[in-house]
Design a protein around this ligand. Structure first.
Ligand SMILES: O=C(O)CCC(=O)C(=O)O
Length: 227
């Protein structure tokens, strides 16, 4: 299926060999040294685009724009970056959920934006659903993420249901598929796609650069954290 059609219909698409192997190796060593010199937790790093300018620059390079612009248009910009590293010291699973929150610069109470939370000192809030529907997430895989290395599991088409209550997720789970991705591949997904992952079974790294994009400013004086 053509890329933008599969994002529209299934809510995700896997693009293997999207990022050059030398670039992936450079990001691995950059992240390793950034983590060693920061107070980042073992699982990875939350303020990724602020901590590592080279990764913000990546968001504007052709291989990434080729994935973002067909879906969000030329005005798309990165709004949040997170680095996830499952490894023997920090290995976790996440149960079925949708990505419902955005990171913003300041807490400003605006109708439709609720509830608020603070993660690693950054304000997060749940925006109105249409804002999430107009966003896109890229998961850039630094390691082979095959069956034993905690590939993401997703429920195709579940992003089309708006917010799905946890009890209704149970009914949709029978349609779940697993998304193995090799190093250098990118899993592109809509934030409302219901997803989960298991702890990794192999004793090594499972590193993912997670970047969210939007193509609109927030209402009032609210500002995206990472823009
Ligand atoms: O990387 C993972 O395994 C899960 C990440 C996740 O659930 C998320 O980004 O919301």
């Amino acid at each position: 299926m053509v890329y933008s059609k599969s994002i529209q219909k299934d809510g995700f698409s896997i693009l293997e060999r999207a990022i050059d192997a030398n670039q992936i190796a450079a990001y691995k060593s950059l992240l390793q040294s950034a983590i060693q010199h920061s107070d980042a937790k073992g699982y990875g790093m939350r303020r990724l685009l602020e901590e590592i300018p080279m990764l913000r620059q990546l968001c504007w390079e052709v291989p990434i724009r080729n994935l973002v612009e067909p879906i969000l248009g030329k005005n798309a910009f990165p709004v949040r970056g997170i680095f996830f590293d499952k490894n023997p010291q920090a290995n976790w699973g996440v149960s079925w959920h949708q990505d419902m929150t955005i990171a913003v610069k300041q807490r400003i109470n605006i109708c439709g934006f609720w509830p608020w939370s603070l993660k690693d000192g950054v304000h997060h809030v749940q925006p109105p659903i249409p804002i999430l529907e107009r966003m896109l997430t890229l998961r850039i895989h630094l390691d082979d993420t095959l069956a034993d290395n905690a590939p993401l599991q997703v429920i195709p088409g579940s992003h089309l249901h708006g917010y799905v209550k946890p009890e209704n997720i149970q009914k949709l789970k029978e349609n779940a598929v697993t998304c193995p991705v090799y190093s250098g591949g990118v899993l592109v997904m809509k934030p409302l796609l219901i997803h989960a992952s298991q702890p990794a079974k192999q004793a090594s790294h499972r590193r993912v650069i997670h970047i969210e994009f939007a193509a609109e400013e927030l209402p009032g004086s609210l500002e995206w954290y990472g823009s």
